[in-house]
Design a protein around this ligand. Structure first.
Ligand SMILES: O=P(O)(O)OC[C@H]1O[C@H](OP(=O)(O)OP(=O)(O)O)[C@H](O)[C@@H]1O
Ligand SMILES: O=c1cc[nH]c(=O)[nH]1
Ligand SMILES: [Mg+2]
Length: 209
């Protein structure tokens, strides 16, 4: 079974409360989503492997450390996932970026695929799938399956707010995928929105409602 890490860092909690507020406008919402993503990326990369490297400072030679693992890619689930990309690239500038377009059908709540463009070598990369919201889990389960179908083996999923129902489904359908959650909320309402949540993340990032 995969691991689920719920963030307890005070800065992350503080910023999530700010974006939850209904009176936070798109400009601040977008900025905070990026900041939370960067902080979560910092927490979610604690286990990256290091190797020794010989370097020379202006003073002397020394053995330093450098990342030794596989190359990485970040894959946002469109649209809302786009809001997390820059924050993660600030931490991992060499990561490549793939895009998976899914929207949730408002009647059936099932994900509908409309776009997929991934780095050609994504099968050789460790992939972070990112989306601010994990509600029923349908979207992230579908996105992760699309990546596995392209040969990606090491996948992590990062979201800012999750419902327990979605986490359970994701763990059941992809037990090999570790999950990084900014805040674990209470339940889904009759429209499958997360309660208390923050509303529709995509609309709030892009100002479309
Ligand atoms: O876990 P689920 O029940 O699948 O719901 C979560 C999905 O819903 C939202 O996307 P939405 O369909 O609103 O698309 P958008 O990002 O274009 O707004 C959200 O960003 C997730 O992708
Ligand atoms: O609460 C929710 C559920 C799905 N998508 C969102 O943007 N918010
Ligand atoms: Mg949306």
């Amino acid at each position: 079974m995969s691991n689920v890490y719920v963030m307890d860092h005070p800065l992350i909690q503080h910023k999530i409360s700010y974006i939850r507020r209904e009176d936070t406008g798109s400009k601040d919402f977008r900025q905070m989503i990026g900041e939370v993503a960067a902080l979560m990326c910092y927490e979610a990369t604690r286990d990256l492997k290091l190797q020794d490297v010989k370097i020379k400072t202006p003073i002397c030679e020394m053995i330093g450390k450098e990342l030794s693992g596989k190359k990485m890619a970040v894959v946002p689930i469109l649209r809302a996932g786009i809001g997390m990309v820059d924050g993660i690239l600030n931490m991992i500038p060499a990561a490549k970026v793939g895009h998976i377009g899914l929207y949730r059908d408002p009647e059936t709540f099932e994900p509908v695929e409309y776009y997929c463009k991934l780095p050609a070598d994504c099968g050789e990369r460790d992939v972070f799938v990112v989306d601010p919201m994990l509600a029923t889990g349908g979207s992230c389960v579908a996105a992760i399956q699309m990546l596995k179908d392209k040969g990606v083996k090491n996948i992590r999923f990062m979201c800012i707010i999750a419902a327990p129902e979605g986490v359970e489904r994701l763990q059941k359908e992809h037990p090999d995928v570790d999950v990084y959650v900014g805040a674990l909320d209470e339940y889904l309402n009759e429209h499958k929105y997360i309660v208390p949540g923050l509303g529709d993340a995509g609309d709030r990032i892009f100002g479309t409602k």
